[in-house]
Design a protein around this ligand. Structure first.
Ligand SMILES: [Zn+2]
Length: 258
């Protein structure tokens, strides 16, 4: 079986001591492609060096995470943009709006998200969207700037069925992570009603580890636990879930390379 982790931060210091072993375990578990979302200007060198160290396995994205947006966002966006045009990236990510921890830079977050969505359309790259307590705001921006061809993922999808349908109608895939293995997360209902053709799998490592590792450091080799939960909910075998979600991920992120 071939799995894909569409969202993993293996370049972070949490993996400093055993990164090589973490990659080895992912490959042994059948997780062959790892997509690395950038966070801010400071994380760019780590993302790029990891992608260079593991070519054909680690695929870098470039973007500014909403949690890192502050009153210096113009300068940071310029640095992100410079890296974007200098290198080769599979997506604009991660970008979005996060009003869970702090609403101080709400306007700046909306502006940063809007600008990066425009880059995604200009460069024909998918957009990897982070949303926390901000579905209305994210849809408001998407409806304002969306043009045919824009695609991407709603990473670590946490919305309801209505949000899911709206995202799919706009050409997005839902990123399903460890939360699907938590009892009564509400996500089970969404996954039940959305066809496999619109789902991709992700760990968001080192965060949000699936059961049986809940609360521990997450890593990409845990993708099959997420795939197994999806298979049970949808009454399908794991082979089919692996095949379809991997095909979806490749179609999305490698569309410019074929
Ligand atoms: Zn992330």
């Amino acid at each position: 079986m071939e799995w894909t982790d569409t969202h993993t931060h293996l370049y972070l210091p949490e993996f400093e001591a055993d990164r090589e072993a973490v990659i080895r375990r992912a490959l042994d578990a059948g997780v062959r492609d790892l997509f690395l979302p950038n966070i801010d200007a400071g994380s760019i060198p780590s993302v790029i060096s990891m992608a260079n160290e593991y070519p054909k396995i680690c695929h870098p994205m470039m973007g500014l995470h909403p949690g890192s947006v502050d009153n210096r966002f113009e300068t940071t966006l310029q640095e992100i943009r410079n890296s974007l045009v200098e290198g080769s990236f599979c997506a604009i990510g991660e970008i979005g709006i996060d009003l869970y921890h702090d609403k101080t830079y709400r306007e700046e977050q909306v502006e940063t998200f809007t600008r990066q969505l425009q880059w995604a359309m200009e460069l024909s790259l998918p957009a990897v969207i982070h949303i926390r307590n901000a579905f209305p705001e994210v849809f408001e921006v998407l409806e304002r700037v969306w043009k045919p061809g824009l695609t991407g993922t709603f990473h670590c999808f946490s919305g309801n069925v209505h949000h899911a349908r709206k995202a799919i109608d706009m050409g997005f895939f839902l990123g399903i992570g460890g939360v699907i293995t938590f009892r009564n997360s509400g996500l089970q209902q969404v996954v039940k009603q959305v066809p496999l053709d619109h789902l991709v799998l992700e760990t968001d490592a080192p965060y949000l580890a699936p059961v049986p590792y809940r609360g521990k450091r997450n890593e990409s080799s845990y993708i099959p636990f997420i795939g197994k939960a999806v298979a049970e909910i949808k009454n399908k075998n794991q082979e089919e879930v692996a095949e379809v979600t991997t095909r979806n991920a490749k179609m999305l992120f490698f569309k410019n390379q074929e």
